[in-house]
Design a protein around this ligand. Structure first.
Ligand code: NDP
Length: 480
């Protein structure tokens, strides 16, 4: 059985506790590897290694840092098959998805920030002919990066790479539920010649490792992606220590389908936005609002298209949905399906656990589930389920649907479908959301600001926003 190791000071290391946590393959429900049960002592070692490495990495020429990041990108590409398989087994997601999205995007994160850093510049503010202000941006020190389980290597690298690119060193914690590809990345970093201590990966529980990172006085900056509750805990600890924080949190995204949309496109895209990665993407559109005049037609087509979303063994390419990441999360999703019925919801498709034949018989699978007849303000429509569960709700007017869409405490992403350009601009501007997709979903340009409003987070990732977050700004004013 594989024993995952921490990556501290450039070497793989066992946790000081000597203890390990079981790591499950969600498609079979069985333990297949072991995760270090690290604690604050391992975090201390990682912080020391990162502090030492910062002395040289922060003054290493940008071109050299870029070269190493690009080398890591090409090694990820070279190992795509193995990494994709590891991601699929660890998370339960279909292998084809890991091969086409997760791992290519992890390589792209290294490419994007590894080249982006070569073009990152700062501002100058001349005061006519009396003085010149210029902004100096410097790396901050040891950055703490904490990531979730839904897109493991994709989101882990999304935060770690810009931090390193600008000259910080990092102590990172992947989700304890999906640690495998971050572990494999440690080996790639060694092969690529990343200097020891620049990236340190400490595996283990959030309440031990994550909490020790958050409270550590020598980690002045924290980038976190995960649930809103955990974000709140981190903010509560970090605020009185005046740490810089970026929080990318939960969502309960609205998908608005107007009667004047391209219906076929809206149906296809909505199914993808509902069930990709078993609905375990923070950007999934889980509340679908349909203009009354096309409600029945949309519903019929949406159910039919969902029939094509076959659930089963993630290693079989024709299966569109794999397993739910953990038993605990599987139980949570089933609980919400049960709650929706108590709230008066009518299940028009799915609504049950699914037990495939063969090797995955004991895995944690749930059928893509479509529910209607629920009020917009019930718990099923307000709380994040983060699974293959969507609700359908009719609406009559723009004002009504904006009220529904903006009614949750979240504000991460929204989708809308219309062929009317004026309406698209008008509604997009009024949605309380960090991202709005019009006639598309998950179309990502990595240069754009990424993040949420309300309880979906604080700060923006992506492009130069990430470089700005991971640097300290100093204005220097020179009088002539
Ligand atoms: P969690 O908040 O449970 O965990 C995220 C990470 O934080 C994990 O590594 C976890 O460790 C760690 N953690 C847990 N407790 C603490 C603590 N007290 N201090 C510091 N770290 C801690 O989220 P999930 O992993 O369940 O991910 C799903 C959530 O992430 C959903 O709400 C989803 O919407 C959100 N998400 C947001 C995205 C965005 O861009 N806005 C993108 C993707 C997901 P452990 O492994 O032990 O739990």
């Amino acid at each position: 059985m594989i024993k995952i190791q921490n990556f501290i000071g450039g070497v793989l290391a066992a946790p000081l506790s000597g203890e390990y946590i079981d790591n499950y393959d969600p498609s079979t429900g069985s333990v297949y590897s072991l995760i270090p049960d690290s604690d604050e002592r391992d975090v201390e070692l990682a912080v020391s290694a990162a502090k030492e490495a910062f002395k040289t990495w922060s003054v290493t020429p940008v071109a050299h840092r870029s070269k190493i990041l690009l080398k890591i990108a090409s090694l990820i590409e070279k190992n795509l098959e193995a990494l994709a398989l590891a991601e699929s087994v660890d998370n339960g997601k279909p292998l084809w998805l890991a091969k086409s999205i997760d791992i290519p995007r992890a390589a792209e994160n290294f490419h994007f920030y590894g080249t982006g850093i070569l073009h990152f510049a700062s501002e100058a503010h001349p005061m006519e002919d009396s003085a010149l202000n210029y902004t100096l941006r410097t790396p901050i020190g040891v950055a703490g990066c904490i990531s979730p389980w839904n897109l493991p290597l994709y989101l882990f690298t999304w935060k770690v790479v810009p931090a390193i690119a600008v000259g910080n060193t990092v102590v990172a914690k992947p989700s304890e539920i999906t640690p495998m590809t971050a572990y494999l990345l440690s080996e790639i970093c060694m092969e690529a010649g990343l200097p020891p201590g620049v990236l340190n990966i400490v595996h283990g529980y959030g309440h031990k490792v994550g909490a020790a990172m958050t409270v550590h006085p020598d980690i002045p900056i924290i980038s976190f992606t995960g649930g809103t509750k955990t974000g709140e805990t981190i903010a509560r600890t970090a605020a009185p220590m005046f740490k810089k924080i970026s929080l990318e949190l939960g969502g309960k995204n609205a998908n608005i389908v107007f009667a004047d949309c391209d219906l076929e496109k809206a149906v296809r895209t909505s199914v993808r936005a509902s069930f990709t990665n078993q609905g375990e993407i923070c950007l999934c559109g889980s509340r679908i609002f349909i203009e009354q005049s096309i409600y029945e037609l949309f519903k019929e087509k949406f159910i039919k298209e969902t029939e094509r979303m076959i659930v089963g063994d993630p290693l079989i390419d024709t299966n569109k949905l794999g397993a739910i990441v953990s038993k605990q999360h599987y139980d949570k999703i089933l609980h919400y399906i049960h709650l929706s019925k108590e709230e008066g919801g009518v299940i028009v498709r799915g609504g049950k656990a699914f037990h495939p034949d063969g090797r995955c018989a004991d895995g944690w699978f749930i059928e893509p589930t479509i529910i209607e007849n629920l009020p917009f303000d019930c718990r099923t429509n307000q709380e994040e389920i983060f699974g293959p569960v969507v609700t359908l709700t009719p609406f009559e007017s723009e004002d009504e649907v904006l009220q529904y869409a903006n009614s949750t405490k979240y504000g991460l992403a929204a989708l809308l479908f219309t062929e009317n350009l004026n309406k698209a601009h008008r509604v997009a501007a009024k949605l309380h959301s960090g991202i709005v997709w019009v006639n598309c979903w998950l179309l990502r340009d990595l240069r754009t600001p990424f993040g949420g409003v309300k309880q979906s987070g604080i700060g923006r990732e992506g492009g130069f926003e990430a470089f700005k977050f991971f640097t300290e700004e100093k204005n220097i004013c020179i009088k002539f």
